[in-house]
Design a protein around this ligand. Sequence first.
Ligand SMILES: Nc1nc2c(c(=O)[nH]1)N[C@H]1C(S)=C(S)[C@@H](COP(=O)(O)O)O[C@H]1N2
Ligand SMILES: [Mo]
Length: 201
Amino acid sequence: MFRGRAEKKVIEAGYDPVRLPPGQYLTEKWPVLHAGTIPDVDLARWDLAVWGEVENPIRLTWEDLNRLPKTQARQDIHCVTRWSRFDATFEGVHWSELAKLVGPRPSARYVVAHAEQGFTSNVPIASLGEPQALLATHADGEPLAPEHGWPLRLVIPGKYFWKSAKWLRGIELSRVDKPGFWERYGYHNDADPFREERYAF
Ligand SMILES: Nc1nc2c(c(=O)[nH]1)N[C@H]1C(S)=C(S)[C@@H](COP(=O)(O)O)O[C@H]1N2
Ligand SMILES: [Mo]
């Protein structure tokens, strides 16, 4: 039914249908989705803090961040509202570069991403270490558009896209898992689109 139609479109677009998680449909454009408003960001005042279970908490300016080596990663993104977009390409700083600066403690098992206006999302630290995870400054070869998280957003592979906090301002490492914004509203903590982990209950 729904699955059949959505799958047919994926095949017609020239993609392998196994890339479409259950209950999703392919979109060619890049929808915009967030709670609240697009923040007004002043790069001169902007910083990125990394704290919690680390040896050296840091606060990087925009220039500091952009002096770190950057890499690219391509992935399919899946919003829990059912749109999927294939081959989104991001460029930015991998967590491993920040880890060199802060020295995560062995007790650091979970991450809380802190964004402008109090938005948070939580993932296991292993997700941040995935090769395709990024603190992204660019998407599809251009600086992020304001509505997509400029100047910096998180990109977390293999999970519904709500885990990928836009307008990122902080990374907190923790011993315990702390539910983020959507997780506190009843969304699934693990958020694997292929297991259709949309809601906690
Ligand atoms: N700061 C912030 N980041 C956020 C959200 C949000 O409400 N606030 N929504 C999430 C959700 S539900 C999705 S699907 C993606 C959407 O990213 P996009 O607008 O770039 O497609 O951002 C995620 N990151
Ligand atoms: Mo979403």
